[in-house]
Design a protein. Sequence first.
Length: 169
Amino acid sequence: MIETMLGDITQVDQVDAIVNAANHSLLGGGGVDGAIHRAAGPKLLEETRTLGGCQTGEAKISQAYHLPVEHIIHTVGPVWNGGYSNEADLLESCYRQSLLLAMEHGIRKVAFPSISTGVYHFPVNLAAEIAISTVKDVMNEHPDAFDLIIWVLFDSDTKKAYDGALKNA
Ligand code: AR6
């Protein structure tokens, strides 16, 4: 099942893992990354220090500490550079690698934020289209792997973009 909702991803408790839109260091930052580190508490930083960073389009997993879920999957989205730097493929890779990592850990319910569309300035309509089509592809490839994939979107314009992409997919 694929859904969208308006809200704060740190409050979501109906999934096994939430995805963080992190940066290469995995040591925290602004936006959703900052919110996740604040809500999870300092033990998260202790663990992410040991993960060796993360390349763009890749994913790493940690525990979730004070968050009401089991795990956090950290992925690093591409910085939008006019579409000339392989951004679409890299964003697709974020979603794919996050879900493959979830599968390796038996995680069946995953919440995503809108990766790359904040500080990294990826155009939201294109990001939504890539996000939805990639997740649908992975779910078709692994029909028994997931129970719920939900996007937790922080503002109504972003939610509109994902709802539109879901309708057109
Ligand atoms: N819950 C759900 N979505 C949120 C939340 C929240 N609590 N807070 C913000 N968003 P961004 P990026 C939305 O900038 O573009 C960080 O500094 C936000 O409104 O968090 O991938 C990292 O360390 C937007 O729609 O992520 C990196 O350096 C979406 O989440 C960099 O930002 C993504 O915005 C990553 O940039």
